[in-house]
Design a protein around this ligand. Structure first.
Ligand SMILES: NC(=O)c1ccc[n+]([C@@H]2O[C@H](COP(=O)([O-])OP(=O)(O)OC[C@H]3O[C@@H](n4cnc5c(N)ncnc54)[C@H](O)[C@@H]3O)[C@@H](O)[C@H]2O)c1
Length: 359
């Protein structure tokens, strides 16, 4: 088991281990939490791990209520939250009752939103079960539900009390979801950690085979990158924006394909390819580093081109990104593997040239 400390909110630990779900109840008692708990899980994850987690909490003395939600991004909504507020009220949760999110980023974002707002904030425990959630969405305190007008429009910054990652849960994760998580790991490596990039390149086959030792190291190091960034800029006033590497183009691809054709990480992979090419064209990134980034993304089974999308339409879709401020599109571009910065004022023709390479 490894631990990464996050100095945000009251401060919390990210625990990374294997076969640790049974120990969750005891860990919550050690955090002084009592004596009722609400576990939020979706139908898919419940079948694998719901009973194990609820049993662990009950053994530690918690009176456990478990609320099972349908599986899917389309349920990360206010009506789902309303149902969970009812469950919290029925369970008579009080200020020391933990709300436990057991699942991927969808469950974590929704449960976190409920924990942040019910009684103006209850202790929130993240038990992430996708690679993406373990290295990205469970850390840093962004919680939200979607609105018809856009993703994650209604939300807050609300830090968890504990993040409890059990790598064994990744054994049941569909392979495509594992690859989606790999995109965020490669992103972390490119923006802030050249050694991590080398580690991923060297260990990729064993990581993709979900072997314990390389996964332990990958998840721990990747969590450390995200932690370092969010600690410096909790509410995204500046530095945190570098976590959007690949996301400006990625969101445009998702938007144009109706969020159906590509998983989020696949769209981010295309975005990282386009941003790296643009950085190289502008003379910011060396051709060698550009080639290495794109080669690693492709080796991880993620797309780097061939979308068949119309470049002009994709360019127009960029303007819808919620990170566009006063009509100015910001791009996170790598300066080298391990270092990235936010750029604006890039000419339309330069952007289009990069876009064409993924179309
Ligand atoms: N809060 C943040 O900072 C942040 C960052 C990135 C993404 N997000 C959000 O995260 C969400 C995406 O998260 P995700 O990729 O984890 O998707 P997800 O939560 O939909 O999980 C993907 C699929 O895997 C299944 N699953 C989860 N764990 C499993 C396991 N161990 N075994 C078998 N199946 C399992 C789920 O039921 C689902 O079908 C989006 O809503 C996105 O907006 C939030």
């Amino acid at each position: 088991m490894t631990k990464v400390r996050v100095k945000l909110g009251k401060g919390y630990d990210i625990h990374v281990g294997t076969g640790t779900l049974e120990g969750l109840g005891k860990a919550l008692i050690e955090l002084n939490l009592t004596d009722k708990a609400l576990v939020i899980v979706n139908t898919t994850v419940d079948k694998f791990y719901g009973e194990k987690v609820c049993r662990s909490l009950a053994r530690a003395g918690f009176n456990v209520a478990c609320e099972v939600i349908p599986d899917g991004e389309e349920y990360k909504t206010l009506p789902s939250a309303a149902r969970l507020f009812d469950a919290a009220a029925e369970a008579r949760l009080d200020r020391r009752s933990p709300v436990v999110a057991l699942g991927g980023g969808v469950t974590g974002d929704l449960a976190g939103f409920v924990a942040a707002t019910y009684m103006r904030g209850l202790p929130f425990i993240q038990v992430p079960t996708t690679l993406l959630a373990q290295v990205d969405s469970s850390i840093g305190g962004k919680v939200a539900v979607n609105h018809a007008k856009g993703k994650n429009l209604i939300g807050a910054f609300y830090q968890p009390t504990l993040v409890w990652s059990d790598l064994l849960t990744l054994k049941t994760l569909p392979y495509r979801e594992l690859l989606t998580g790999m995109a965020e790991n490669i992103k972390h490596a490119v923006i802030a950690d050249r050694d991590l990039f080398g580690f991923i390149a060297a260990k990729l086959p064993s990581i993709l085979a979900a072997e314990e030792a390389p996964l332990q190291e990958l998840v721990t190091r990747s969590c450390q990158v995200k932690t370092n960034v969010v600690e410096q800029d909790e509410t995204e006033q500046g530095m945190r924006a570098i976590l959007n590497f690949g996301h400006t183009f990625g969101h445009a691809v998702e938007n144009l394909t109706g969020y159906k054709r590509y998983r989020h990480g696949e769209a981010v992979a295309l975005g990282m390819a386009a941003a790296s090419r643009m950085a190289c064209q502008l003379g910011i990134l060396s051709a060698g580093d550009e080639a290495e980034i794109i080669a690693l993304v492709a080796r991880a089974g993620l797309p780097v081109g061939g979308t068949g999308l119309n470049p002009t339409e994709l360019y127009s879709a960029l303007a819808y990104d919620k990170k566009v401020i006063a009509g100015e599109i910001n791009f996170v571009l790598p300066l080298s593997i391990g270092k990235a910065e936010v750029f604006s004022g890039i000419k339309q023709e330069d952007v289009l040239q990069a876009i064409r390479t993924i179309c």
